[in-house]
Design a protein around this ligand. Structure first.
Ligand code: SF4
Ligand code: SF4
Length: 417
């Protein structure tokens, strides 16, 4: 690695060194409490997947370049040179971590591995050593924000094809708009993912609840956040913030995408609208008597996987349980304390990398399948696209014999007129 590249990467490293990050870098006592916390270590037993081992790589680079003792006496200061080999180790550490923060719950000092891995991901982006496909997808999202007019016609034609399915799910009255788009003054802007599965059930429930809503032109997914690039993350986020501001909506409702929800909730800054997850919104409709659900639509017991980005990392815990109590008399928790729920192993961009990560995702999440199977449930519900894909992959791989369902589509299927 030449000096200029190293200097540029160290400038990126420095940009991450706020007070919280310095605390995480300087506090770990290597007590080992987090050893069993990571699903990858618990499933595979390899030291490199222990949370503290992952951050030690970052910490040693920090000691070498940002701490006095490491600069003058590297061997005693446990300092590590930032070179090609270090980048390979950072890749291994960061791209096998889902950012689930289960280890953080165990750590007596609350050391945040997800934050420390964000340094690793940023250095990899700076060195053009990140998974390139995620950067390309992020750039496509940003481009769509800049040239919306080019995409509008195709998007609206695609929606027309979905309208019949929405009417089948909920009888509309003549003259009503089935999937409203670009409605200024709507109360709620719904930000979906690409695909009917994210739009149709949500539209059915919005119409049943007589919501004054409008659908976003943009997909909720934030590939900038997956790849760990703060600039791209912000540009992708801004498309939705600008649309919500232009339409003067009161609420932005994010579909079942854990990262999209957490990013909008925690990184959007001051904004003139409320941010909700679709799970929260559907629970509210039930509470307000705007929709009613049947408890007899689904046969068999139901368990629920809390997406880490929704529950542990953003506090959406009660709403899914409230909904599930209206869907079944046989709901089975996976764990007594949601904070310690096992990650499904698909987050942090791993599912987005598809087949490339499939083998690791299956091996590193064996512990999750045991947790699901111990419930004895026949239906496995969740509220995140990544988790749903990963759980379906686990279901096939380990022959769990469950039916994996999106919670929002269960709500749509169980609507009572
Ligand atoms: S954040 Fe999750 S995946 Fe990453 S080290 Fe901690 S427990 Fe493992
Ligand atoms: S539990 Fe916290 S302090 Fe202990 S080794 Fe893990 S990260 Fe370090």
């Amino acid at each position: 690695m030449d000096q200029k590249t190293r200097d540029d990467l160290l400038t990126l490293f420095q940009s991450k060194l706020n007070e919280a990050m310095r605390f995480y870098l300087e506090t770990c006592t290597r007590c080992g409490t987090c050893t069993e916390a990571c699903h990858a270590y618990a499933s595979m037993g390899q030291v490199k997947y222990i949370a503290a081992y992952r951050h030690e790589i970052i910490r040693r680079i920090y000691k070498k370049y940002f701490k006095g003792r490491g600069k003058v006496w590297p061997s005693v200061g446990e300092a590590k040179e930032l070179n090609e080999m270090a980048l390979e180790e950072l890749y291994e550490a960061a791209w096998s971590c889902t950012g689930c923060r289960r280890c953080m719950v165990y750590c007596p000092f609350g050391v945040d591995t997800q934050m420390l891995m964000s340094i690793a991901k940023l250095l990899l982006v700076g060195a053009s050593a990140e998974p390139e496909i995620l950067t390309l997808l992020a750039d496509t999202s940003i481009e769509k924000g800049k040239s919306l007019e080019l995409y509008k016609e195709g998007f609206l034609a695609g929606l027309k094809r979905l309208e019949e399915e929405v009417v089948k799910g909920w009888q509309m009255e003549a003259g009503e708009t089935v999937i409203p788009v670009d409605v200024e003054g709507a109360d709620l802007l719904y930000v979906a993912l690409a695909g009917a599965h994210s739009i149709v059930p949500a539209a059915v429930v919005f119409n049943a609840a007589r919501e004054n809503w409008t659908l976003s032109f943009f997909e909720a997914v934030n590939f900038g956040a997956f790849v760990g690039d703060p600039t791209r993350t912000k540009l992708i986020l801004d498309r939705i913030i600008n649309e919500a501001t232009r339409l003067k909506v009161k609420e932005v409702c994010i579909c079942e995408c854990g990262t999209a929800y957490r990013v909008m909730q925690q990184l959007a800054g001051r904004r003139p609208f409320k941010v909700s997850s679709i799970t929260d919104v559907q629970a509210r409709y039930i509470r307000e008597g705007r929709i009613k659900l049947s408890r007899s639509t689904f046969k068999g017991s139901i368990t629920y996987h809390d997406p880490c980005q929704m529950a542990r990392n953003a506090g959406v815990i009660d709403a899914p349980r409230f909904i599930l109590r209206h869907l079944t008399d046989d709901f089975r928790e996976m764990t007594d304390d949601i904070r310690y729920n096992w990650c499904c192993g698909g987050g942090g961009g791993l599912v987005a990398l598809g087949e490339d990560t499939l083998d690791f995702r299956m091996k590193s999440s064996r512990i999750k399948t045991e947790q699901v199977q111990e419930t004895g449930a026949q239906i496995l519900a969740t509220a995140c696209e990544n988790c749903h894909t990963q759980l379906e992959n686990l279901n096939d791989h380990y022959k769990m014999g469950v039916k994996v369902r999106f919670l929002s589509s269960m709500v749509a299927d169980a609507l009572v007129a």
